[in-house]
Design a protein around this ligand. Structure first.
Ligand code: AMP
Ligand code: MG
Length: 503
């Protein structure tokens, strides 16, 4: 049952002054006004002070009892209209007509110091009308995991939701035995998902207002376009989302990120990464890598991500058909033509990113050079992150790191081809190596490190988490005292490591 509504105090007004609710006001059909459960003994575990400041939030106030009440979902700021958002979604290929925020709330919207409207959203804040069989809660390990991985992704330059705080609620939550409950507060440029459109398309009337809202919020330049005709704003909106998502998934593929649960309800309209559940970074390069315990078929394996994303975008395109053209056949052919651009867009982003990773000054890279490197790395189970740093070291005359990853006689001819390609670009070795180091991270949230940090945090020791957070939010800055954080997981760990969903 939901806890009783708690009166907010004067302090809470200043904590989140200016919380707006354009989504709830304009699209009430997609929301249910709701409040979070009371937290028995709320304790702030981590607060992103920099992010709070960029949102013009008062950090001192957030640290107060009332501030922690807001971040745990138990105190509603004056003037706020928290809502659970409705959405549908294709989960592992099957359609679920009603999902929605089963353990989350949209508290409201803030306008950041750079003028961008963002959502302030809570995860783990208690049951809602969308909870189905779930308890509405979340636990410390997975919420700190989302906090750390999303902040690492941001530091790596990948579009993502951001983490504002994690509060332990003091409630025991039943998972694998009793685990400490927690609420994550996160910031996103919105929580509009492909699944939001799937829900709205079934409802009918709300589809056009939702689409106009999404266009105004994310792609305002398109509002000038006509509503009908061959270059109508809805078709261009589809194209903008296809482009944003093609660019995003290319970024994932370049850093070795496996989302793990790429259902359409976890695919944003903004092009931000969202909903870090069973996600993981590759250690050894392997296109078939799957970490999620529930992905036994490998649908969301590392190498499948671009194809799955395209499939999700096709589900998105279907929702927009009635807006794209009133003649169904014409709508389908126009939308298909846009979807068909996905591969080229993805390949373009990927090739440009790979060229940069390999130190090639122009985003023109021989696809065979990339493919042959990937084959070598896969054959030898070479560490993905370490390999690109080792190639830069190679240019500096230090061959030891690469020798530790791939036997020299196997990679010698590839290295020759790479040197030839670099020579065409005419940059010096030192300059090239530095350019590579600016795009190839040294520190990522390695699974064994993250796992150990989250176990310690669940047992009450936050020190390893805080240290790891500091390291992975400075992914390119080499520091001698962080040397351990570049090491790959021990073989025994990698063989058995699994991540868990919906926890
Ligand atoms: P996810 O795959 O974690 O993004 O969640 C998929 C759906 O399951 C969403 O509708 C969530 O709100 C819902 N859900 C996940 N965990 C819980 C929970 N513990 N209680 C209620 N709903 C949940
Ligand atoms: Mg989700």
């Amino acid at each position: 049952m939901m806890a009783a509504f708690q009166e907010s105090t004067a302090d809470t007004v200043t904590i989140v002054a200016g919380l707006e609710s354009t989504f709830a006001d304009e699209l009430g059909a997609l929301t249910v006004p709701w409040q979070g459960a009371a937290a028995p003994d709320p304790q702030l575990l981590v607060l992103n002070e920099q992010l709070a400041a960029s949102l013009r939030l008062d950090v001192e106030a957030l640290l107060s009892v009332d501030g922690i009440g807001v971040l745990s979902g138990s105190t509603v700021p004056v003037g706020a209209t928290p809502v659970a958002m409705a959405y549908a979604g294709h989960q592992f290929g099957g359609y679920a007509p009603i999902l929605g925020d089963g353990r989350a709330l949209l508290l409201g919207e803030l306008v950041s110091s750079d003028g961008q409207r963002v959502d302030l959203h809570l995860k783990g804040s208690g049951r809602t009308p969308f909870s189905r069989g779930g308890d509405g809660y979340a636990v410390v390990g997975p919420m700190l995991r989302e906090y750390l991985v999303s902040e690492a992704m941001n530091a790596l330059g990948v579009p993502t939701t951001r983490a504002l705080s994690v509060v332990a609620t003091g409630r025991d939550v039943r998972r694998n035995g009793a685990e400490p409950g927690a609420v994550l507060a996160r910031i996103a440029s919105s929580h509009l998902r492909v699944g939001t459109f799937e829900f709205a398309a079934r409802q009918g009337e709300v589809l056009q207002p939702l689409t106009d809202y999404a266009i105004a919020r994310h792609y305002p330049e398109l509002t000038e376009l006509p509503a009908t005709g061959t270059h109508n704003r809805y078709l261009k909106f589809l194209e903008a989302v296809v482009e944003a998502q093609a660019s995003l998934v290319a970024r994932w593929m370049l850093i070795g990120f496996v989302h793990g649960v790429m259902n359409t309800d976890n695919t944003t309209i903004s092009g931000e990464t969202i909903d870090y559940g069973p996600c993981a970074f590759l250690d050894a390069f392997d296109p078939a890598a799957v970490f999620s315990s529930i992905d036994s078929g490998g649908r969301y394996a590392f190498g499948n991500q671009p194809a799955v994303l395209k499939w999700n975008l096709a589900r998105f395109a279907e929702t927009l058909l009635p807006l794209i053209d009133s003649t169904p056949d014409d709508a389908i052919s126009a939308a298909s033509a846009v979807l068909d651009t996905f591969d080229e867009r993805y390949e373009g982003h990927y090739a440009a990113g790979m060229a940069a990773k390999l130190g090639l000054a122009h985003p023109i890279v021989d696809p065979a050079l990339v493919d042959d490197l990937l084959t070598l790395l896969a054959e030898h189970g070479a560490d993905w992150t370490g390999s690109f740093r080792a190639l830069a070291d190679e240019l500096r005359g230090n061959s030891a790191p690469l020798d530790g990853l791939v036997p020299r006689d196997h990679i010698a001819s590839w290295l020759q081809r790479w040197h030839d390609a670099l020579a065409e670009h005419g940059r010096g070795a030192a300059e090239t190596a530095s350019a590579m180091d600016r795009v190839n991270p040294l520190y990522i949230p390695r699974n064994h490190r993250l796992d150990a940090a989250l176990r310690a945090a669940t047992d009450g020791d936050l020190a390893p988490f805080e240290k790891l957070l500091e390291v992975v939010t400075h992914p390119f800055d080499r520091r001698d005292e962080w040397a351990d954080y570049t090491e790959a997981a021990p073989q025994s760990f990698s063989e058995t490591f699994q991540t868990f969903c919906g926890t």
